[in-house]
Write a protein that binds this ligand. Structure first.
Ligand code: AMP
Ligand code: MG
Length: 346
């Protein structure tokens, strides 16, 4: 097992000095986990096939699931692609740096393994200062999937990165909690109408405002259609405990969740519930309850809460669904996956 070094960033001091060693490790082909505004990434030199390979091994990630390349400047996308289409330019101007990943045609400098064997490549310029400073120090595009073991909830703190990655990677850069909490939106810019392959921090409403029209990949909602982002077909974000999502009309959905929680408590089960503040007040005291005020708060605490329920020994986890407007689409996508599609619709 490798010794994983952990450093904690002080945002009041210059980042370059603090990130020099991390940048050097990346240059040397090692793995370094670091915070972005969405979730923690597991970084490696994205142009070095051997380094990218280490990511797949450390995560236990299937090799057909491509990596997103993270860059520090908008123009750094140019050498990675044959062409930056007009739609992509519009999106870059509107949303970079930020939680938006663009899929474009791959240039020859991007290794096949980084791109999961596809002829396209996914590129993002993160907003978090630590992420961009680290990419600059490394001097290369950084391939960085979420820093969790494949299938587990993504990490939004250095502590949860360590749970999965301690002993597997060279360094964890602790920069505090990630404020968005769900992954970037992925938009395929190679199709005539840009297509959302994964909902995320930049909402469909925001994309439609600047583009006029976007499509949503049918594979996201229709089980019989293969998703265009290879990673979306895998089981994901799954806690160890049995997890059930309650959807549908507000009152009926809440009544259903309360009844399920009461029954489980009667059966002496340890119950975790992630619900709105309104519903939290109505649950039995024995339920480990985490509540949120709005959908953005739910996004930011979602993954940590799922991991926390496992840590506390929950036998079952009940999740309250939210409406799918704005960040709700990304949140519901993650909740459905976390539940392994065990959904009760009221
Ligand atoms: P992660 O970084 O762990 O959040 O996962 C990255 C996601 O981006 C996965 O769902 C991948 O399948 C998807 N992805 C990466 N590159 C491409 C690409 N070239 N085309 C479509 N999806 C991609
Ligand atoms: Mg991931």
């Amino acid at each position: 097992m490798m010794k994983t070094k952990r450093i904690t960033i002080d945002m009041t001091l210059p980042l370059e000095e603090q990130l020099a060693e991390a940048g050097q490790l990346l240059k040397d082909g090692q793995l370094v986990a670091f915070p972005t505004e969405t979730v923690y990434g597991l970084g490696a030199n994205g142009l070095d096939e051997m380094a990218a390979k280490k990511i797949y091994t450390a995560k236990g990630r299937p090799s057909d699931n491509p990596l997103i390349l993270h860059i520090a400047e908008k123009d750094d996308i140019i050498p990675l692609t044959e062409e930056v289409p007009m739609n992509a330019r519009v999106l870059i101007d509107a949303f970079w740096p930020g939680p938006l990943t663009l899929v474009v045609k791959r240039s020859a400098i991007v290794p096949r393994l980084t791109a999961g064997g596809l002829d396209t490549v996914a590129v993002r310029m993160p907003d978090a200062d630590i992420a961009r400073a680290l990419i600059r120090m490394a001097g290369v595009p950084i391939a960085a999937p979420s820093a969790n073991l494949s299938g587990r909830p993504s990490p939004t703190t250095a502590k949860t990165v360590a749970e999965d990655m301690d002993g597997r990677i060279a360094m964890i850069v602790d920069g505090g909690a990630c404020h968005i909490g769900v992954e970037s939106t992925i938009v395929d810019c190679t199709s005539p109408v840009p297509t959302v392959l994964r909902p995320g921090g930049i909402t469909v409403e925001m994309l439609t405002d600047v583009l006029g029209a976007v499509e949503i990949d049918k594979g996201l909602t229709d089980e019989s259609v293969k998703p265009k982002a290879p990673g979306m077909k895998y089981r994901h974000y799954a806690p160890e405990a049995e997890t059930i999502l309650f959807e549908g009309e507000t009152e009926r959905k809440r009544d259903g969740l309360i009844k399920a929680a009461m029954d489980a408590v009667c059966m002496k089960k340890c119950v975790g519930a992630l619900v709105s503040r309104e519903l939290a007040e109505r649950l039995p005291a024995d339920v480990i309850t985490v509540s949120y005020g709005d959908k953005a708060e739910l996004a930011s605490l979602l993954y940590d809460t799922l991991r926390g329920f496992d840590e506390k020994g929950a036998d079952v986890i009940y999740l309250e669904g939210v409406d799918e407007s704005d960040i709700g689409l990304a949140v519901m996508n993650r909740l459905r996956k976390a539940s392994g599609n065990r959904i009760v619709t009221a």
